[in-house]
Design a protein. Structure first.
Length: 248
């Protein structure tokens, strides 16, 4: 499901896979003279609303950047709060995902998470593994460069002499999923920040000034409407595309 040819053949007006950098929690709180942690709590509520709307629209995969490898550099108290919030979400929200036939997958390097968080991740993934609705992917202690490197190391350890694109793609953490159709970043920044570097090669990029806690269903609909106006050629000419993909 990773080839551009398959993406063209399976084209739909609703993205199958949306990837999001949820940026702006701290600035949202600062604008209101509140502690940064309040922004993170509101950000979690925004994510719950995003999941609900994506499921309504028929999106198959939603991958969100919750905690990057670089985020460990933040103040210790903020990192500690984020880890606690992550654990709380695993304990309290997974049941809701499961009851709505949604699946949870966590990608990233788990070596720096404590045992309680690792256990929570494993239990959440096991509980929802058989569900067939929306798959919510949480990228935690994740980096795109790390993802590519770990995939390459797997192949080296397996004795592969010449690494191909196909072999590398099959060993990335999201090998099971179609590549993201739509990449969204909130908060006004216009960079991809080491997120899904391999996978977003052909994604449509959408940047918005809206801070993540304020990114609601209407904002998501606007992003998808922008996506619908894009002509996705994947190296082809406009004339080579199926008629439903050509801009009128």
């Amino acid at each position: 499901m990773n080839s551009s040819t398959q993406t063209i053949l399976e084209y739909t007006q609703i993205p199958r896979h949306i990837a999001v950098i949820m940026d702006g929690n701290g600035r949202w709180a600062k604008k209101r003279f509140l502690p940064r942690v309040v922004g993170h709590k509101r950000g979690l509520e925004a994510l719950e609303n995003m999941v609900r709307r994506c499921a309504e629209l028929g999106v198959r995969y939603l991958t969100v950047f919750a905690f990057s490898t670089e985020n460990w550099r933040r103040p210790e108290d903020e990192v500690s709060f984020l880890m606690g919030l992550f654990l709380q979400a695993l304990q309290k929200q997974v049941g809701r995902l499961h009851s709505n036939n949604m699946r949870l997958k966590v990608i990233g390097n788990r070596n720096r998470f404590n045992a309680e968080i690792c256990k929570g991740i494993e239990e959440a993934e096991a509980l929802t593994a058989g569900n067939t609705g929306l798959t919510l992917v949480i990228a935690a202690d994740y980096g795109g460069r790390w993802d590519i490197l770990q995939a390459a190391n797997k192949l080296v350890k397996a004795g592969v002499v010449e690494i191909t694109e196909e072999a590398l793609a099959e060993n990335l953490t999201l090998a099971e999923a179609p590549e993201p159709d739509l990449f969204i970043r909130t908060g006004g920044e216009t960079r991809v920040s080491n997120f899904l570097l391999w996978q977003i090669a052909y994604a449509e990029l959408y940047f918005t000034d809206i801070l993540w806690p304020d990114f609601d269903a209407e904002a998501l609909d606007a992003a998808i409407q922008s996506f619908r106006t894009r002509e996705r050629r994947f190296g082809r000419t406009s004339e080579q595309l199926p008629i439903e993909q050509q801009r009128g």
